[in-house]
Design a protein. Structure first.
Length: 127
């Protein structure tokens, strides 16, 4: 029986009994897997070169240092553009002209003339 300690396991290549054993022993140490195999009648596994045995006695963990408090930065506020019906504004950071109807942005164009044309044609607004 093989100890599956690889990071990638090709499940479709394993027989059913191996899949059951793998699921049952997932996360166990090599010693625990050997005990499981012995109890359930599986052949002993060959020691893997990638598997690491647990140390006999682990050192006590050092007390954790207090976590540094993260500095909260202000969340950027979404800019909402408002304007009167038929108004055209230039948004500098986007290099766009925006046209308003019903208090909302209804058209964005690269030139003022294009924006005015859409407002005139679709929304009957004179600029």
């Amino acid at each position: 029986m093989v100890n599956w300690t690889d990071k990638i396991i090709h499940w479709n290549q394993l027989p059913g009994t191996v899949v059951k054993r793998l699921i049952a022993t997932w996360g166990m140490s090599p010693i625990q897997i050997a005990n499981y195999d012995k109890k359930h009648g599986f052949a002993p596994a060959k020691p893997s070169t990638t598997a690491k045995a647990l140390p006999a006695k682990a050192k006590p963990a050092e007390p954790a240092k207090p976590a540094k408090k993260a500095v909260k930065t202000a969340k950027p506020v979404r800019q909402k553009h408002t304007g009167a019906d038929g108004e055209i504004k230039f948004v500098e950071h986007r290099n766009l002209y925006i046209g308003f109807h019903g208090g909302k942005v209804v058209v964005t164009k690269r030139t003022r003339e294009q924006c005015a044309e859409v407002l005139r044609k679709d929304y009957n607004q004179e600029v």
